[in-house]
Design a protein around this ligand. Structure first.
Ligand code: PLP
Length: 447
């Protein structure tokens, strides 16, 4: 404990049951952040910590951006809350219009939520309700993908493919899964894996097997992340997403892209859809929309989907889609969203990501050959490094490495058997080099 750390009574940390955290380990060794500016956090014991994951993939513009702080504080004073149902406020309409400008052509109806998990479940419900509205109520089955992460709500964990998010909670919503697209360890592909080979675009044809099994008349939607973030940055092979699109179109199945990580800059484009050249029917996003400053999620649908709901008939005061959250389109979150969109443009954030991506790729692939590095994957300003597992304890070395990084002044994420990097868009090449070189040292120093 440094002299600046306040004295706290025993048990002070007991009441907060922390999410996705080893509570016992954390409370014995707290890592408290008390401030942030630009690409750095400040720890309670007075150290600077480089933000190697942009918060949780959400603060690409860096911390403490005056324009967002001002917009949020203005909005809190002006209209701190407005009921999300039956009333509106101008900012949500303005933000929806602005968001649509960034979407692939045709995706132009925005439903607001409060998070990525809520967006995933909203998209899945929207897909089912859409087919019902079209008189095809048997189309209810949802298809996700192994290693997919779509948040923690029941729909999301059911289509998701990460065992840690499923095994504890019993059965969820009926769902089936495509195989994952992670190449075997030792592949070290830079960017997208090639189309050919057993781990190439033909993996998308597995959807045909699921259609043969369930029949398209029972399938509502396929949901995938353009690249899987939480699984450790798993990049689709060349042509894979195109093939999924073709099969979904041919069989009248909606294609949903979960862009909670890939949306708003991380790929060097506004969306992963744009970066990979494939347009889904529904796209979800969250995180970077507000630069992480306020919770906000979106589900953006093609107009034809929205219009199907509107055309169901009945009195016009009746609900077309009985769904929404108390914090859908929260006015303060919308203010943060508008300010963040302005800043993404003013900072030339996409151009910066594209300019940094090649040196980032070279830097992370420079870790090939370092002790315990089993594979490296990257796209835009995101990278996942598979850590050779200790027998029976695949998560131990990643944890040890992340803790060693913390001691050195760097925040990186450990998840499953991977270390994940997503530096802020405002990073300098020197900061990226320092981050990756410190990571190499920590791998080497780990038993
Ligand atoms: N979908 C994807 C692709 C994500 O990466 C995440 C979070 O990392 C989520 C959904 C869940 O978002 P949230 O934690 O805001 O609920």
């Amino acid at each position: 404990m440094s002299s600046s750390t306040p004295h706290r009574p025993d048990g002070w940390m007991d009441a907060h049951w922390m999410p996705f955290t080893g509570n016992r380990q954390f409370k014995a060794n707290p890592r408290l952040l008390t401030g942030a500016e630009g690409a750095y956090y400040r720890t309670e014991d007075g150290r600077r910590l480089f933000d190697g994951l942009s918060g949780l993939w959400c603060t690409g513009l860096g911390h403490g951006r005056t324009e967002i702080v001002d917009a949020v504080s203005r909005q809190v004073r002006e209209l701190d809350y407005s009921p999300a149902f039956q009333f509106g406020h101008p900012l949500s309409f303005e933000l929806a219009n602005r968001l649509v400008e960034k979407m692939p052509a045709g995706l132009n109806r925005v439903f607001f939520t409060g998070s990525g998990s809520e967006s995933a479940d909203t998209a899945l419900k929207m897909a089912r309700a859409y087919w019902r509205a079209r008189g095809q109520a048997s189309k209810t089955r949802l298809i996700g993908r192994l290693k997919g992460y779509h948040g923690v709500n029941f729909g999301g964990i059911s289509v998701g493919g990460m065992v840690a998010n499923r095994k504890t909670f019993g059965q969820g919503v009926e769902a089936d899964h495509l195989p994952h697209t992670q190449p075997p360890s030792g592949s070290f592909f830079k960017g997208m894996p090639p189309a050919e080979g057993p781990h190439g675009a033909a993996l998308a044809d597995e959807l045909l097997q699921l259609i043969a099994l369930h029949d398209a008349s029972n399938i509502a939607a396929v949901i995938v992340e353009p690249f899987s973030g939480s699984a450790g940055v798993v990049i689709p092979p060349v042509g894979y997403l195109q093939r999924l699109r073709e099969i979904c179109t041919a069989h009248d199945i909606l294609l949903i892209f979960d862009e909670v990580i890939t949306g708003f800059g991380r790929t060097g484009a506004w969306t992963g859809a744009e970066a990979f050249g494939v347009t889904p029917d529904i796209l979800t996003a969250a995180k970077q929309i507000t630069n992480g400053v306020q919770p906000l999620g979106v589900v953006v649908a093609k107009q034809a989907i929205h219009d199907t709901f509107m055309a169901q008939g009945g009195p016009d005061y009746m609900l077309e889609f009985p769904h929404g959250y108390t914090y859908s389109a929260h006015p303060v979150a919308c203010a943060a969203g508008l300010a963040s969109l302005d800043l993404l443009a003013r900072d030339h954030a996409l151009e910066r990501v594209n300019a940094l991506a090649p040196m980032f790729e070279n830097a992370v692939h420079g870790l090939r050959g370092v002790k315990h590095v089993a594979d490296i994957r990257n796209f835009g300003l995101a990278a996942g490094i598979t850590v050779a597992a200790l027998p029976g304890e695949p998560a131990k070395r990643p944890f040890d490495i992340a803790m060693a990084m913390y001691a050195k002044g760097f925040y990186v994420r450990y998840g499953g058997d991977t270390i994940q990097l997503a530096p802020p868009f405002i990073s300098t090449p020197a900061e990226i080099d320092t981050l990756v070189s410190a990571l190499g040292d920590c791998f080497e120093a780990t038993a």
